[in-house]
Design a protein around this ligand. Structure first.
Ligand SMILES: NC(=O)c1ccc[n+]([C@@H]2O[C@H](COP(=O)([O-])OP(=O)(O)OC[C@H]3O[C@@H](n4cnc5c(N)ncnc54)[C@H](O)[C@@H]3O)[C@@H](O)[C@H]2O)c1
Length: 436
């Protein structure tokens, strides 16, 4: 087959649509493997930055885009007519939730329609965006076949979930095993052949639906276990037992236990969102998803719990939330990255401000807030020092960035609400530290 020959000889052109946290490193992985790559995005600012050789995702390293630009075989464009140039097209567009927690597949649909308009025989299309089982076959396939070409003979279609964990040092796009499921056997084989050129381990699965559902299982597993440990935190804290020491102790078991850690609420593009894709789809077969709903309920409650613990701690010091000066440490949803999507810190800021607190934030990775779907805070990160920490009635640790000097913070903050266990190794002044 001509496409397989092009793939194995690396003369195939690889197009990636959606150059965000998933698409950009994937594009770079295929480039590093020796392919000619074309990145597509609707955001002109991203395209311009890429053309200048600049990387807007700092955690991937300054040189990522520059290296591609210097090596050549790399182009970025908002001109979707150039999709016809690509032999393989990989879709990495957003899959958010709508206002009633229903899947918003408009980005996937729009992209499938764009590809369909230029689809030519011998192309491979792969969906990577996280979604409910059946999306590739029920949404993408009809769009692509709408102009008469047939999947499995004229073109090929597969699903391969992205398992990226931005900021992680011990795994990356190339080293994380890649699941691939085709719409038909030939499509699966072609897609496996493509990924094998760039990814260390590729695991074929029997269908696109298995690959789609496996990704959801991974994320639901995390959401449920995080909810469990958040509930344990609330119960044990009420008993005056330190949840962090309990997790460390339980983790000594060499089998049958995997540690998860509590926090101020779920964040990021995946865990707060993806499970509800299954909940929605499950209605079609009349099945409830009680674990997902319960986990969602508990995890959604966490910012309120942190606010409540803050109010209580201030009260014990004869301070009201109203008028209190509060510094939130960490705006990103997890340590050492600049991704603020769905970050619970925003909810904390909003809730505390509504109660009358004067709230500021510090995040070494997020110098200023920008307009988001639900928030437009218009705030800037406030630098702090040993001296200025004393100006705040309370410091809330929302994200445990490694840049923070916990002992210095413990030594100088008047009151610390620790939602991340960041204070567990500091010495002295324990009566100023409250678990939340
Ligand atoms: N971020 C993660 O860690 C992660 C991990 C696994 C899976 N995923 C999944 O991967 C998908 C992409 O997530 P992400 O984090 O990369 O999102 P992102 O928001 O970082 O990037 C998406 C990109 O798509 C672009 N885009 C939007 N509409 C487009 C269109 N119609 N055509 C072309 N480009 C378009 C946006 O401008 C943006 O650059 C989602 O389904 C997500 O659930 C994300």
């Amino acid at each position: 087959m001509e496409l397989l020959d092009k793939i194995t000889s690396k003369s195939a052109r690889v197009g990636v649509i959606g150059l965000g946290y998933v698409g950009l490193p994937l594009l770079a992985a295929f480039h590093r493997a020796g392919f000619h790559v074309i990145g597509f995005d609707v955001d002109p600012a991203k395209i311009e930055a890429l053309k200048r050789g600049e990387n807007y995702l700092k955690h991937l390293g300054e040189s990522l885009v520059r290296d591609m630009k210097i090596a050549g075989r790399f182009d970025a464009t908002a001109d979707f007519s150039r999709l016809a140039e690509a032999d393989a097209v990989i879709i990495c567009v957003p899959t958010p939730l709508g206002s009633h927690r229903e899947p918003d597949l408009s980005y996937v649909q729009k992209t499938a329609d764009e590809i369909a308009r230029r689809l030519r025989p011998g192309q491979l299309v792969v969906l990577e965006s996280t979604t409910y089982p059946g999306t590739t076959r029920q949404i993408v396939l009809p769009a692509l076949e709408s102009r008469g070409l047939r999947c499995g003979t004229d073109f090929f279609l597969a699903f391969s979930p992205e398992r990226e964990d931005p900021g992680r040092k011990d795994a990356n796009t190339q080293t994380i095993p890649k699941l691939v499921g085709g719409i038909d056997e030939t499509s699966g084989k072609v897609a496996v052949a493509l990924y094998q050129q760039a990814i260390r381990e590729v695991i074929p699965v029997a269908s696109a639906e298995i690959a789609e559902a496996a990704k959801l299982l991974e994320n639901i597993y995390r959401a449920v276990n995080i909810a469990l440990v958040n509930e344990m935190k609330m119960v044990l804290t009420a008993m005056d037992i330190d949840i962090w020491q309990v997790i460390a102790a339980a983790s000594s078991k060499p089998f049958g236990f995997q540690p998860f850690y509590p926090g101020p609420g779920l964040g990021g593009h995946c865990i707060p969102i993806d499970p509800f894709y299954l909940t929605w789809k499950a209605q079609e077969v009349g099945m409830p998803t009680r674990f997902i709903e319960l986990a969602g309920e508990i995890n959604h409650q966490m910012p309120d719990y942190v606010v409540q613990r803050t109010a209580l701690a201030l009260n014990q010091r004869s301070r009201a939330v109203k008028g209190a000066k509060i510094l939130i440490l960490g705006l990103a949803y997890k340590p050492d990255i600049d991704d603020v999507r769905e970050s619970p810190s925003f909810e904390l800021i909003e809730k505390l401000t509504r109660l009358g607190a004067i709230v500021e934030y510090n995040d070494p990775h997020v110098p200023a807030t920008h307009r988001m779907r639900n928030y437009d805070l218009n705030m800037r990160s406030q630098p702090f020092s040993a001296k200025s920490l004393g100006d705040y009635d309370c410091v809330i640790i929302a994200t445990h960035h490694s840049a923070y000097d916990w002992q210095m913070i413990a030594d100088h903050a008047k009151l610390i609400i620790d939602a991340r266990g960041a204070m567990r190794h500091v010495t002295g002044r324990r009566d100023h530290i409250v678990t939340a």
